[in-house]
Design a protein around this ligand. Sequence first.
Ligand SMILES: Cc1cc2nc3c(=O)[nH]c(=O)nc-3n(C[C@H](O)[C@H](O)[C@H](O)COP(=O)(O)O)c2cc1C
Ligand code: SF4
Ligand code: SF4
Length: 273
Amino acid sequence: MNIAIAFFSATGNTRAMARIIRDHFKALSAKVDLHDVTVPAARQKGVDLSAYDAAVFGSPVHSLRAPQLMRDWLATLDGNGMRCAMFFTFGGFMVHPAHHSTAEILKRRGFTVVASAEFPGKHTYNLGGWRAFPDRPDDRERDLAARYAEAAYNRFAGNDPGELSDLPQGPFSEAELTHFESFRFKMVSKLPTRDGTECSLCGLCEEICPSGAMNHATGIADPHACIACLGCVAACPENALVINSTRESWQPKLSMSNTTEAELNAQTGKIYL
Ligand SMILES: Cc1cc2nc3c(=O)[nH]c(=O)nc-3n(C[C@H](O)[C@H](O)[C@H](O)COP(=O)(O)O)c2cc1C
Ligand code: SF4
Ligand code: SF4
C-alpha cells in the first residue's frame, strides 16, 4: 500500500510525529512518502495524490483548529473517495475542535476520513517562557503512534471497514473559532524581530516562514501576514530573533483553563476511530 503523509509543522513537533508514524506504517509493509507543506512554495506545488492508496494529514493545533494556511490548502485537494486519516500535535490546551473542523473540510473535498489522533508536543509559547509539555513528544507518543498507525492501516486496507465516528463540533461555531485566532497576538504581542541586532543573514528565518511574513534582511515580521507560529524564532541558529516574554501569561492561562502545570503536563494523547 502507498501512503502519503502531508504535514504542516512550524516548530518541528508535527514533523517529528510524521516521521514516527511513517516508520510505523513502514513496519506494516506500507510504502510511505512524507510531504512537508509548511512553506508557501510546497503548498503551491501540491501533492499528487493519484499516486497513493491513502493519505494522512498532520498539523499542529493553532487556536483550536489546524492553522488557517493548512485548512486553506486542504480545501484545494480532491479526495475522489480516497481513505485518509488526520493527526494533530497540541500544546496541552483545547484541541477537540481541530478534529471536527478538519474532518469537515476533508469530507467536503471528497475524502473518507477513517481515523484521527492528537499527540502532546511542547507548546510553541514555551519559547517565551510557558512550561507546557516541555519534553514532548516522547516515548508515550511513540507508543500511541504505533497503535494509531496500525488502526489507520487496517482501515486503509479494508481489513476494518470502519470510518471515523462523527465527532461533536464542541461549544464554538466556526465564526467564534475564527475570532479566537486574534488572541494569539495578545500572548505574542511583540512579533519576532532582531531588534536591530546584527546576524549572519543566513536567510533561514525567511526560508522556513509558512506565511511569507519574515524578511531576513530587516529581521522584521510583517504584522499583516505573520501567524505567530514562531518557526523563525526556533530555527534561527544565532537565537537572534526575539518576542516578548510569555512568562506573565502562563499562570493566568492555566487558571483560565482550570488546570495546574502538573495536571496539564500529565496529559497523554488520544486516538479517535
Ligand atoms: C498560534 C498558535 C496557537 C496555538 N493554539 C493552541 C491551542 O489552541 N491549543 C493547544 O493545545 N496548543 C496550541 N498551540 C501549541 C501547538 O499546537 C503545539 O506547540 C504544536 O505541537 C506545534 O506544532 P509544530 O511544532 O509542528 O509547529 C498553539 C501554537 C501556536 C503557535
Ligand atoms: S535565521 Fe537568524 S541568523 Fe539567519 S538571517 Fe534569520 S535572524 Fe539572521
Ligand atoms: S515571521 Fe511569523 S509566520 Fe513567519 S515564521 Fe516567524 S512567527 Fe511564523
